[in-house]
Design a binder for this molecule. Sequence first.
Ligand code: SF4
Length: 193
Amino acid sequence: MPQRLREPNNPMPKEWLAKDHSQQYIADYKPFNFVDGEGVRCSLYVSGCLFNCPGCYNKAAQNFHYGTPYTQELEDQIIEDLGHDYVQGLTLLGGEPFLNTQVCLKLIKRVRQEFGHQKDIWSWSGYTWEELLQDSADKLEMLSLIDILVDGRFLLAKKDLTLQFRGSSNQRIIDVPKSLANGEVVIWDKLVH
Ligand code: SF4
């Protein structure tokens, strides 16, 4: 009999909360890269994710204790790196950024305080747009402060390595401010494929 592919976990709204899971650990920080969104970016990989997608691109970072604690020194370094004219913005990945809102909200607010909207903020999430809208206040606050959300689990059955900034075809690159203003998902207008 053919083996059925295991599905990622599917939480109920507000079932998983950052306050119950996040250890405020960082799996990696990659300044000045070209792969995590548009332009030159500084990328923070937070630790911990509960979706457990088969084929996850960063399985080690599913562990909330993986890596090292987020520190003020690292935050200061990120702000300094973002200050270069050639850097377009900050990217949050994981792990699951929306299960590490203590770290992500603090950093996002600092970026807005230092740079206003001169730098853009992208975040990846295993949650879909629709799921985030039904979830906890910290997730909604984070959503309201970012520019681009790449949403949804990685699905092996829909894997497509030709896609721009996504691993599977169910995932979307969403313009967050326009989507919130319109009350429906608006796809990033620079989407190529
Ligand atoms: S949502 Fe992303 S980080 Fe989490 S298990 Fe799936 S692929 Fe891995």
